[in-house]
Design a protein around this ligand. Structure first.
Ligand code: KIV
Length: 289
């Protein structure tokens, strides 16, 4: 059985391929915001999401609410340059789609035209179903996002688990509404495991879990979280597969020590008084004798 969403390993994965993966091999999804990280994840992922988490992860914002369409376009373009195969999805930022289906279409079309993404993601369930239907009918593939929707943090009063007790029915209706409206997949974020399992069994489109259930049709994490790059922040649903921030800090401390001791730069890092030695990284002269 194919390990990735498309059985043809040479062509780019489409929203249609993802839709067809319901109930098959789990879909592997990560976020990316830059070209180098996009290049790293492309060979391993079915979906790469340019998430509005970029605002908190790379720009130091306190929430995703301050993320703009221009920020998503800038990071989307960077990620596009790093991908060959994975499906690229770009988040619609807060304020770019809630006003009306027409506003959502205008901004989704701008995101697609200016980044080259093949699909957009937007947050919300029943209240956004009409917008999802409007976009899909006009050629914009949509990934839904229900459960904890971080753009609604103020309404929720924090980043707490959604769908406990009587609230489960609301989340279930939300997932069903975006699926019925034509979304090709839906993110289930931070909800009780049995609820995510039940939604996955009931909706016809792939569910992508984050703090949800191993029964979901796929999983997504913020790449900086799973690489241990995002400081001390570690929600329960994140597994750290590396501790790169610790490694980076050790390296930076070693550099600072060597600069202060004058042991860096050493003889191998400086240039001879020779015409061949251009010193330009672009010309490849950085390694010239
Ligand atoms: O913005 C984001 O990174 C997301 C994922 C966590 C699903 O929406």
């Amino acid at each position: 059985m194919a390990l990735s969403a498309s059985s043809d390993s040479t062509r780019a994965i489409t929203p249609r391929d993802i839709r067809a993966r319901k109930g098959h091999t789990p879909l592997v999804c990560l976020t990316a915001y830059t070209t180098p990280i996009a290049k790293l994840v492309d060979g391993h992922c079915d979906i790469v999401l340019v998430g509005d988490s970029v605002g908190m992860v790379l720009h130091g914002l306190p929430s995703t609410l301050g993320v703009t369409l221009d920020m998503m376009i800038m990071h989307g373009r960077a990620v596009r340059r790093g991908l060959e195969r994975a499906l690229m999805v770009v988040d619609m930022p807060f304020g770019a789609y809630e006003e009306s289906p027409e506003q959502a279409f205008r901004n989704a079309a701008k995101l697609m035209a200016e980044t080259g993404c093949a699909a957009v993601k937007l947050e919300g369930g029943e209240s956004m179903a009409e917008t999802v239907r409007f976009l899909v009918a006009r050629g914009v593939p949509v990934m839904g996002h229900v459960g904890l929707t971080p753009q609604a943090v103020n309404g929720f009063g924090g980043y707490r688990v959604q769908g406990r007790g009587a609230d489960a029915d609301r989340i279930q209706r939300d997932a069903a509404a975006v699926a019925d409206a034509g979304a090709f997949s839906v993110v289930l974020e931070k909800m009780p495991e049995p609820l995510a399992r039940r939604i996955t069994a009931e909706v016809a489109i792939p569910t992508i879990g984050i703090g949800a259930s191993p029964a979901c049709d796929g999983q997504i994490l913020v790449v900086d979280d799973m690489l241990g790059l995002f400081g001390a922040f570690k929600p329960k649903f994140v597994k750290r597969y590396a501790a790169l921030a610790d490694e980076a800090e050790t390296a930076i401390a070693a550099y600072a020590r060597e600069v202060r001791e004058r042991s860096f730069p050493a003889a191998g890092h400086v240039f001879e008084d020779s015409a061949r030695d251009t010193g330009s990284r672009k010309s490849g002269g950085g390694d010239a004798a």
